[in-house]
Design a protein around this ligand. Structure first.
Ligand code: MN3
Length: 201
């Protein structure tokens, strides 16, 4: 029996019903309690007794990125990390507008806050199939990007500021096939601009 440290699933930063009515307690319950948990559990099973056991999550992701022989470990590790980042990207009474410093950066990078919203929504909408939409810092400029499946900006030399999950499990119970509606209302009501600003520092 190994006594090396397992990867833990961090506690949800709020109650399961804290994102209602935008995202139901049922969706958060399944998403955090089943989907996110399964990635963490699978990862711990896959790394037991391997070179990856006992390493920090970020290191496992970087070491397995782009290596087909470690695709299973990468997918579960990256999904474990992406989901922890997702829960922090959302908050009760979020949305609205970012604070002055981040707003200035958004205006410099996208032209206006509305242009940013448009680009983020379009990017999230056009991610074909499962994946993620991100606001990231690349060099000195903010950028919107999308990643398929488990892919994460963590391995791309940029700093992630916030994310929205566009896998169907994130919205199907509440919005069915209406992904653009889900993305628009999450940006408007739940996105955690304080978390994004903290990541900019
Ligand atoms: Mn998800």
């Amino acid at each position: 029996m190994s006594n090396k440290k397992q990867i833990m699933q961090p506690a949800l930063p709020y109650a399961e019903n804290a994102l209602e009515p935008v995202i139901s307690a049922k969706t958060v319950g399944f998403h955090y309690g089943k989907h996110h948990k399964a990635y963490v559990d699978n990862l711990n099973k896959l790394i037991a007794g391997t070179e990856f056991e006992g390493l920090p999550l970020e290191e496992i992701i970087k070491k397995t990125d782009g290596k087909p022989e470690h695709a299973g470990v990468f997918n579960n590790a990256a999904q474990a990390w992406n989901h922890t980042f997702l829960w922090k990207s959302l908050t009760t009474n979020g949305g609205g507008k970012p604070s002055e410093g981040l707003m200035k950066k958004i205006e410099e990078s996208f032209g206006s806050f509305n242009d940013f919203l448009k680009e983020f929504t379009e990017t999230a909408k056009t991610q074909f199939g499962s994946g993620w939409a991100w606001l990231v810092l690349e060099g000195n400029k903010l950028k919107v990007m999308k990643t398929p499946n488990a892919e994460t900006p963590l391995t791309m030399g940029v700093t992630p500021l916030l994310t929205i999950d566009v896998w169907e499990h994130a919205y199907y119970l509440d919005y069915q096939n209406k992904r653009p509606e889900y993305v628009t209302i999450v940006l408007d009501k739940l996105i955690n601009w304080e978390f994004a600003a903290d990541n900019l520092k």
